[in-house]
Design a protein around this ligand. Structure first.
Ligand code: C2O
Ligand code: CU
Length: 459
């Protein structure tokens, strides 16, 4: 029976009148404890915190312009909330506990329901005590599909992560916020993996064309990646399409929370293994995900792919007359900061450290009652970021995407998270077109929890 005949007969037998009427409750996403075999088989399974029992959580797919509608059911022993990273979302749905909603207590629920204006690769993760909850596994991919998607043989979501496990029992090392990691580069794992396993392998065919959606869900690791047996193009960053596909010629840098969409062709031959490689802590290239090749998709390679269709509101006009803001990142180990304002009073670095705080943004440690900036809805803003610390930081703006302003005034790709290196001066620009209270923070989640979090207000 052909597929068409099958569909036809289905349509014939299931008329509207015969559809069962059921009191359909909302679709749920349940945060709960589970176990997962993320380490090699000779190790025990790890107790993890999950959405719907899986690490990473289920891949949510929704058409562009559609809605995500999910009831968070909290079966964890602690309060939680979900942030939909990179979605230019209605502020009330942003999921930031303590700013846009109350954390959902154990046993409680919260109904998330929002429109997704932009196609692309996004992700969702806990936003209550994120440095612990995300490290325990509370994240997943959110894919917003183009109406007019590029032609590929397969669409693969690759959630890159690392886990810090005790090699004795394969359970998470605690505390999650160790002062040593908070004040340095953040919590980086001793086990790396993709889609919840240390050794992801996915069979491909020679000359097959794949869309790879890379998501860095780790707490603090900057992935340095390379393709082997694959040739391809970067087509989107942080969900937002590039105007032209860019051939992957050098290493790809994927900072925490960032995404890269690739379209790749399998150039390895049958019997070989293509791979996404990462530059490892021991200075070796290691497979982050393997693609063993069996069979052939076609005899020849295809043409360069077309650009993805652009998303709405991708322009950042009025750069020259934009409001200018300045932010200095300070603190951390080996830094120059002597102290900063915390809870309304000036504190020395030592005293801050005694309270588990190590960082400041423009002299302020963590959240303040008044926002870092109050912006008028629709205005263009330029924000200069000075990294006066000894560490890189992945700075993330909620609710709006921005573009980097180069020294000559040209604008870079649209992103929601930008990596800032020590002693680097960066400038970003965005249109403050989304009203509400939006976080701006380092996505090295331990840094965010120890000083590097502030917010802006758009009204
Ligand atoms: Cu993905 Cu406030 O974060
Ligand atoms: Cu940081």
């Amino acid at each position: 029976m052909t597929r068409r005949a099958f569909c036809g007969s289905m349509a014939g037998t299931v008329g509207l009148a015969t559809l069962p009427v059921r009191a359909a409750g909302p679709q749920t996403l349940t945060a709960r404890v589970a176990t997962a075999q993320i380490a090699p088989p000779q190790y025990a399974a790890t107790e993890v915190w999950t959405y719907d029992g899986a690490v990473p959580g289920p891949v949510l797919r929704v058409p562009q312009g559609g809605r995500v509608s999910r009831r968070l059911v909290n079966e964890l022993p602690v309060p939680t909330s979900i942030h939909w990273h990179g979605i230019r979302i209605d502020n009330a749905m942003d999921g930031v506990a303590g700013l846009t909603q109350e954390a959902v207590p154990p046993g409680g629920t919260f109904d998330y329901d929002f429109a997704v204006p932009d196609a692309g690769t996004y992700w969702y993760h806990a936003h209550s005590n994120s440095f612990e909850q995300v490290a325990r596994g509370l994240s997943g991919a959110l894919i917003v599909e183009e109406a007019d998607a590029p032609e590929v043989d397969r669409d693969e979501v690759l959630v890159l992560d690392d886990w810090l496990l005790n090699p004795e029992d394969a359970q998470f090392m605690t505390p999650f916020g160790h002062p040593m990691s908070l004040s340095h580069g953040g919590r980086t794992g001793n086990l790396l993996g993709t889609n919840g396993t240390y050794d992801l392998a996915s069979g491909v065919k020679a000359n097959e064309r794949l869309r790879l959606r890379l998501i860095n869900a780790s707490n603090a690791r900057i992935f340095v990646l390379r393709l082997a047996g694959l040739e391809g193009w970067t087509v989107a960053l942080d969900g937002m399409p590039l105007p032209e596909p860019q051939p992957v010629e050098a290493e790809l840098i994927l900072a925490p929370a960032q995404r890269i969409d690739l379209i790749v062709d399998v150039t390895a031959e049958e019997g070989e293994t293509a791979a996404l490689l990462r530059f490892d802590d021991d200075d070796q290239w290691q497979p982050q995900a393997r693609f063993p090749v069996a069979g052939q998709a076609s005899a020849t390679r295809r043409d360069t792919p077309a650009a993805l269709p652009p998303n709405p509101r991708m322009e950042v006009p009025g750069i020259d007359s934009a409001r200018r803001l300045d932010m200095v990142m300070e603190g951390g180990a080996m830094g120059r900061m002597s102290g900063a304002m915390m809870n309304g009073r000036n504190m020395g670095f030592r005293e801050m450290a005694g309270q588990g705080q190590f960082w400041a943004l423009s002299g302020q440690v963590g959240m303040t009652d008044t926002p870092f900036a109050s912006l008028d809805r629709g205005e263009t803003v330029r924000l200069r970021l000075t990294n006066d610390t000894a560490f890189p930081h992945a700075m993330h703006l909620h609710g709006m995407h921005f573009r980097q302003v180069a020294g000559d005034g040209t604008l870079g790709p649209m992103r929601d998270t930008i990596l800032s290196y020590p002693d680097e001066l960066l400038e970003i620009a965005f249109v403050a077109d989304n009203p509400g209270k939006w976080l701006f923070h380092c996505h090295m989640l331990g840094h965010a929890a120890s000083g590097m979090t502030t917010w802006i207000n758009v009204s």
